[in-house]
Design a protein around this ligand. Structure first.
Ligand code: S3P
Length: 439
């Protein structure tokens, strides 16, 4: 079989203008399928992300016997099977590139008495899974990893789970969600305490499905043995996909862009806080609440950016946005310093090293550190860069061309489809001079 590399070829300059709505939120799309499948009744989802990651979750539930209609232009109809209605799939569940699918499903499936295997692509098979299998083991689950603590995960049937009170060793919404979802099947009250706030879509959506979630400070608890009642879900546009355009419009002179219906959950809005600290001109308009999640339209205009020391408490609130923020830092005046972000090394790629390599190839003074990066803003040149199959790296480096003095060619971009179908078309309509080559 021949392997074709999807390359982006981005020409320098341009401005971003107009109105656009980026695709649906990935985190919320995953969770809509998971909870909708376990609910009693029919859940209707609109704005669902038709990207490979959330489709991996959708296909996994289909393989476990759930009838799911769509997706059709973001509409999905899920015929819930109830908390104990899933069936053993015929083979391993292939979750592709999606860490969220694997870590949340490990918890959701640990106590269901099923015997199954969760597998993924090369990137996902290199990511740490003991962070979820350790707490699950404390609950009495049997979820086996490889010797290296990685996928494939083999979930063995157990007779029941016991509740735990777990202090998360890392600020991770995936680990928090894994334990809470396992807790739905445990006897007693399962609690997790977060070292820092992380995205709370699981908690919000459980409540939307009528499941009680108790939150006291940083401690979140669920009582096992409840049921979920089907509901309708309107998925907002993904702020993590909007991030590339927030940065692009901020760095490209003459830009004036409106991003519509963007999810503004306060556990996700670090990108706006950090860009504003750098001097960005972002106006939040028409704030509203849609199905338990805050949403707004964002108007962003070009503004001169300055380097900053990024506040560490913002790191979990912008955890997926650092590839884009590094591009902003490369275009800012002065030095930007990121610390406390070692988690970036275990994302879809090592985002500290891969972004440092990419920016250096474009002539930027970018110095990786064990837990972050120091970037001195300056001139960007054209060059050839490798995204290492990481969707967010590919899209971030594409935006860098708005300020480079030569063409930027980016390799290994096919995984952009995991989170942002038709990124190239959307970016081109907004004003980026981007084309695709398959080699
Ligand atoms: C996610 C949580 C984050 C984030 C990921 C999606 C989620 O991961 O990076 O893209 O949907 O819960 P961690 O919880 O591991 O930081």
């Amino acid at each position: 079989m021949s392997h074709s590399d999807t390359q982006y070829h981005v020409r320098p300059g341009g401005t971003l203008r107009g109105n656009l709505r980026v695709p649906g939120d990935k985190s919320i799309s995953h969770r809509s399928i998971m909870l909708g499948s376990l609910a009693d009744g029919v859940t209707r989802v609109s704005g669902f992300l038709e990207g490979e990651d959330s489709l991996a979750t959708l296909n996994a539930f289909r393989a476990m016997g759930v009838e799911i209609e769509g997706p059709d232009q973001g509409q999905v109809v899920i015929h819930g099977v109830g908390m104990h209605g899933l069936k053993t799939p015929n083979g391993p569940l292939d979750l592709g590139n999606s860490g969220t699918s694997m870590r949340l499903l490990a918890g959701l499936l640990a106590g269901q008495g099923l015997d199954l295997v969760l597998s993924g692509d090369a990137s996902l098979s290199g990511r740490p899974m003991r962070r979820v299998t350790d707490p699950l083991a404390l609950m009495g689950a049997r979820v086996e990893t490889t010797q290296a603590g990685t996928a494939p995960l083999h979930i063995r049937p157990v007779s029941g789970l016991k509740a735990i009170d777990y202090a998360l060793p890392v600020a991770s919404a995936q680990v928090k969600s894994c334990v809470l979802l396992a807790g739905l099947y445990a006897q007693g009250e399962t609690c997790v305490t977060e070292p820092a706030p992380t995205r709370d879509h699981t908690e919000r959506m459980l409540q939307g499905f009528g499941y009680e979630v108790k939150k006291e400070g940083s401690r979140i608890c669920v009582q096992g043995g409840g049921r979920l009642a089907a509901c309708d879900i309107d998925v907002p546009a993904d702020i993590s996909s909007a991030a590339f355009f927030l940065v692009g419009a901020s760095i490209a002179p003459g830009s004036d862009l409106v991003l519509e219906h963007v999810g503004m959950n306060p556990t996700r809005d670090g990108i706006i806080t950090i860009l504003r600290l750098m001097g960005a001109d972002i106006e939040v308009r028409n704030q509203r609440n849609v199905g338990g999640e805050p949403v707004a339209d964002l108007r962003v205009r070009h503004a001169p950016l300055k380097g900053i020391r990024i506040p560490e408490e913002q790191v979990p609130l912008a955890i997926d946005e650092f590839p884009a923020l590094f591009v902003a830092a490369a275009c800012a005046e002065g030095e930007t310093v990121l610390t406390g972000a070692e988690e970036l090394r275990v994302k879809e790629s090592d985002r500290i090293q891969v972004m440092a390599d990419g920016l250096q190839a474009l002539g930027v003074d970018a110095r990786p550190t064990p837990d972050g990066m120091v970037i001195r803003g300056g001139r960007l040149h054209g060059g050839e860069v490798d995204s290492h199959g990481d969707h967010r790296i590919a899209m971030s480096l594409a935006m860098a061309a708005l300020r480079s003095d030569g063409d930027i060619r980016i390799s290994d971009c096919a995984n952009v489809n995991t989170s942002f179908p038709d990124f190239v078309g959307t970016a081109a309509r907004a004003g980026l001079d981007i084309g695709v080559a398959h080699e």
